[in-house]
Write a protein that binds this ligand. Structure first.
Ligand code: GTP
Ligand code: MG
Length: 211
């Protein structure tokens, strides 16, 4: 078991307080030039298409449809910026590895997301979401390498934990944490969540107070 954030009762309470603030949609950017000015510290949610980025933002904010989620991959087609009180901005990124979209579209999204991740000075931390049934895949590795090169710290989050058996989940956590050793800017410990049953959400809220 790797050393993680210090999630005390006080940190959990602080996290709940952080997310009791209103969270509002402020902008959707399809191109780098459309990205809103930097006002507050930002945290972004990255990951393969359908991994559960939008659902996780909804679970954190306690809103059912703040970020639009869908069973069909490729739902989020722009960078969506949400302002959480006066504390921070949450950024829902389009997913990568969405094979059904045209090649031109995929290349465009990759360029916009990569451009954002590399150049955004307000970006404090990225959550790289990984499906608890699949582990780290090639597209995740590429993102993590981009973040390493840009020196942006990131935390890997396993999503959809409700879809796995506890023993499989424990084995995957160990495997993924082992793989993270080779990534310079990855937080060594990973966190497990389920937007479906709320597992891990209060811990993640607490972690967000430490940004
Ligand atoms: N069982 C379960 N399903 C989930 C969970 N999180 C998301 N889903 C489902 O997975 C599908 C994709 O969720 P989204 O939140 O839209 O995924 P996304 O990563 O935003 O996808 P893109 O916008 O296409 O990149 C939806 O049908 C969600 O209901 C979870 O924790 N458990
Ligand atoms: Mg989405």
């Amino acid at each position: 078991m790797k050393q993680g954030f210090d999630i005390t009762d006080a940190a959990v309470k602080k996290g709940e307080k952080l997310f009791r603030q209103e969270c509002i949609f402020i902008a959707g950017a399809q191109r780098l030039v459309d990205i809103p000015p930097m006002e507050l510290p930002e945290v972004a949610f990255a990951g393969r298409s359908n991994v559960g980025k939008s659902s996780l933002i909804n679970a954190l904010t306690g809103r059912k449809a703040l970020a639009r989620a869908s069973a069909t991959p490729g739902r989020t087609q722009q960078l969506n910026f949400f302002k959480l009180g006066d504390s921070m901005q949450l950024v829902d990124l389009p997913g990568y590895g969405y094979a059904v979209a045209s090649k031109t579209k995929v290349e465009h999204w990759n360029a916009v997301v990569q451009g954002y991740l590399k150049n955004r000075q307000a970006l404090r931390r990225v959550f790289v979401l990984i499906d608890a049934r699949h582990g780290i895949m090639a597209a995740d590795q590429e993102t993590m390498e981009t973040l390493d090169k840009a020196s942006v710290p990131y935390v890997c989050i396993l999503t959809k934990a409700d879809k796995t058996r506890p023993a499989d989940l424990a084995a995957l956590v160990e495997k993924v944490e082992g793989e993270l050793d080779q990534y310079k800017c990855a937080f060594p410990k990973i966190y497990v969540t389920s937007a479906a049953n709320g597992g891990g959400i209060s811990t993640l809220r607490a972690i967000l107070t430490l940004v």
